[in-house]
Design a protein around this ligand. Structure first.
Ligand code: ZN
Length: 178
């Protein structure tokens, strides 16, 4: 398996809602493995499938213990509290913002064996859940900024987009077998 190019702000795949994975098969496992490799190489703490151009409901993360976790078809079913944290994103490189979101998060989904996952987390891990599920729903952290932050972000991103380059899709098509 190899690493895949990470889609950058401005790429329309980042604004599209991903679809549930019906069959958790070997292809999904291979995709997850590539995503984990891509996440570690970046380096990052989480990666959603549409960040590498795959419109499927799947993310991987490592909360800092060196154990990669794969969540298929994740759904946040409950949140509570409030927590401010400086959040960044591999698809918006070099920028970060203090963002307030709920603190405690209850996430459900499936693992690569199709077993039910039921995860409750707060602070950093809870933030990863919300950030990655946002990706899968077509949102970026920029959508969570307040008005002042958003204005500053737009200026910074306009400069950044100059460096956005076309993507190489060949590796991805090989991976997906189409
Ligand atoms: Zn992100």
């Amino acid at each position: 398996m190899s690493t895949l190019p990470i889609r950058i702000f401005g790429d329309p795949v980042l604004n599209q809602v991903t679809t549930d994975i019906e069959n958790i098969d070997g292809k999904v496992a291979a995709l997850a493995e590539s995503m984990i490799e891509t996440m570690y190489k970046a380096p990052g703490v989480g990666l959603a499938a549409n960040q590498i151009g795959v419109q499927k409901r799947l993310f991987v993360y490592d909360k800092g213990d060196g154990i990669p976790v794969v969540v298929v078809n994740p759904q946040i079913i409950e949140t509570s509290g409030e927590w401010e944290y400086e959040e960044g994103c591999l698809s918006v490189p070099g920028l970060s913002w203090e963002i307030i979101r709920p603190n405690e998060v209850h996430l459900v989904g499936r693992d690569l064996d199709g077993n039910e996952l039921d995860l409750q987390a707060d602070e950093f891990e809870g933030r990863i859940f919300q950030h990655e599920v946002d990706h899968l729903n077509g949102f970026l952290l920029i959508d969570r900024l307040d008005d002042d932050q958003r204005r500053a972000a737009k200026r910074a991103l306009r400069k950044m987009q100059i460096t956005v380059t076309p993507h190489d899709h060949d590796g991805l098509h090989q991976l997906l077998g189409d």
